[in-house]
Write a protein that binds this ligand. Structure first.
Ligand SMILES: Cc1cc2nc3c(=O)[nH]c(=O)nc-3n(C[C@H](O)[C@H](O)[C@H](O)COP(=O)(O)OP(=O)(O)OC[C@H]3O[C@@H](n4cnc5c(N)ncnc54)[C@H](O)[C@@H]3O)c2cc1C
Length: 500
């Protein structure tokens, strides 16, 4: 008799969604989380009486989140209060221009027509094509596409996907140049594709439509980003789900080629026939399973994946309202500068002195996160942040990085910002690696391109270890809130099919 029907390693969004759905379906399920909080990259933490978000700062494409609650027989609004953010983002462009993007597509079209009259019709075409593509993605995201057969079936069921090949098979730069003539419009869309982890000349063309997804709504959960995984866990606990914190899994135990449980860092063994790993797939296979238990081809295949981009974060609390007008403000580089930052800096291990940025203002949506009158900001440099720095390391660079970040904010937003700081904290790629065990601080698990997504990414149902399932950013469509929630749904579907 095993201790549990299913053990889930890690409480990131992929972990909590798969675990809650297994509990809902009668599996005695335990989540083992090495840190002291739920959510991984989608979490929040207390610092000097303020609640900051660890990594992710907003959610869009909420269908997978709604689907998790729907399958639990629950209503999302009873567990998570999603506050809509409008305008969806505000832009500070490389050429000094500033604008705020309304969610409404007609208003957005009017804004584009005023900024770039030559692209008025092109924007409408982009919105039309992108709208149908996002509708299709929303549906397909929840379907497994781990194998050739599953992928071909998905394409067979949705032949309309062929319309999108010109966008899917080219780089983000290729798509942007083919769609638009205006440099500012091109750079805005290419920059947002860049935030998914690679420069415009490498990023997948489909990522140019990330900017459009935001027009379907972006939301901030009341109580901070942790409210999303907490809501899922709460619904799971109503079906018997258990969560245990400060419990690091060291090894996945095998009997022959099948899982039989896990070994914790403190030497405790917990048995279960089914093991779900929400941990980076390279760590899962090469450390927790061990190369001695894998065929040579599998070691070669899993070793070939590169980690995704790292992203240091600056957490700030100000004693005054910042001069912003949107939950998200993005400082965009030109398309060419985006490529240059990657190839001349990131790939050579150099932190650039200038970059684009993403500035998030959570207290605009939820003032209760900080004492009255104070405001929180999360700053991420948009673009390359190498993990391994040439001739330096992040522990040494941290103070200089904090100072460079403040210089950027002085220039872009608030010349007297230093006088208003109540709290300042920086999380470097090394901190993310230590706190969340993200290899090389990679915020999206593994690097994402056409040949490392979908069926080319590690599978949700392991091919080499029976009853091992993977979920999270290193599977399926990669990192982000909707894709990791979808991966949790898919992993639980496989388990229900195999063991239900
Ligand atoms: C700085 C930053 C900004 C981001 N911004 C956005 C955004 O705005 N929008 C968006 O959609 N996405 C964003 N993302 C990406 C998104 O947050 C992640 O892709 C997603 O949350 C990852 O979910 P996951 O299921 O892969 O699990 P993870 O979040 O990677 O969680 C894995 C969990 O496993 C635990 N764990 C690891 N090893 C062990 C072990 N040995 N034993 C037990 N537990 C273990 C970890 O502690 C962690 O809690 C951001 C990420 C970061 C870091």
């Amino acid at each position: 008799m095993s201790d549990y029907d299913a053990l889930v390693i890690g409480s990131g969004l992929g972990g909590v969604s798969s675990a809650a759905l297994l509990a809902r379906n009668g599996f005695k399920t335990l989540i083992l989380e090495q840190s002291d909080a739920v959510g991984g990259c989608c979490s929040s933490f207390q610092l000097q009486g303020r609640r900051f978000d660890t990594g992710a700062t907003m959610v869009m494409l909420i269908r997978p989140l709604e689907e998790v609650f729907r399958r639990m027989g629950r209503r999302i609004q009873d567990y998570v209060d999603l506050i809509p953010c409008e305008p969806i983002y505000s832009v500070r462009a490389y050429d000094g221009r500033r604008f705020s993007m309304p969610a409404d597509l007609q208003e957005a079209a009017a804004l584009i027509a005023s900024l770039a009259p030559e692209d008025k019709d092109n924007w409408e075409r982009y919105a039309h094509v992108g709208g149908s593509m996002i509708e299709l993605l929303d549906e397909m995201m929840l379907k497994p596409a781990n194998t050739w057969a599953e992928t071909l079936r998905a394409f067979w069921e949705k032949p309309s996907i062929a319309r999108f090949y010109p966008y899917l098979l080219r780089s983000a730069q290729g798509v942007t140049l083919s769609l638009f003539r205006n440099q500012l419009v091109r750079s805005n869309l290419a920059f947002q594709a860049y935030c998914a982890g690679s420069p415009p000349d490498i990023a997948m063309g489909s990522l140019v439509f990330v900017a459009l997804c935001q027009h379907l709504g972006i939301y901030y959960p009341r109580g901070g980003m942790i409210a999303i995984p907490e809501g899922i866990v709460k619904a799971g606990e109503e079906h018997g789900l258990e969560v245990s914190f400060n419990r690091k899994v060291e090894r996945i135990l095998l009997e022959g080629k099948e899982t039989r449980g896990v070994l914790l860092e403190d030497g405790t063994e917990i048995t279960s026939d089914i093991v779900v790993s929400n941990v980076n797939a390279k760590v899962t296979y090469l450390k927790m399973i061990g190369p001695e238990n894998l065929p040579r081809w599998a070691i070669k295949a899993i070793s070939s994946y590169r980690p995704s981009m790292a992203c240091p974060m600056v957490y700030l609390c100000l004693d005054t309202r910042p001069p912003l007008d949107a939950h998200n403000t993005i400082g965009i580089t030109s398309l060419e500068a985006g490529n240059r930052l990657w190839h001349e800096f990131y790939e050579r291990g150099i932190m650039p002195r200038e970059s684009g940025f993403l500035l998030n203002w959570p207290t605009e949506a939820d003032p209760s996160l900080a004492p009255e009158g104070e405001h929180l900001l999360n700053l991420a440099w948009g673009g390359p942040s190498p993990y391994a720095l040439l001739g330096d390391n992040w522990d040494r660079l941290k103070p200089a990085f904090a100072s460079a970040s403040l210089e950027m904010l002085e220039k872009e937003m608030m010349p007297d910002i230093r006088e208003h700081i109540r709290v300042l904290e920086v999380a470097t790629p090394l901190d993310f690696e230590r706190k969340l065990l993200l290899p090389q601080g990679g915020i999206y698990g593994l690097f994402l391109d056409l040949f490392s997504s979908g069926m080319f990414r590690p599978r949700n149902r392991s091919k080499v270890v029976k009853n091992l399932y993977l979920t999270g950013a290193s599977t399926g469509l990669g990192g982000s809130l909707p894709t990791t929630l979808a991966s949790g749904i898919i992993a639980s579907d496989y388990i229900l099919r195999d063991h239900g």
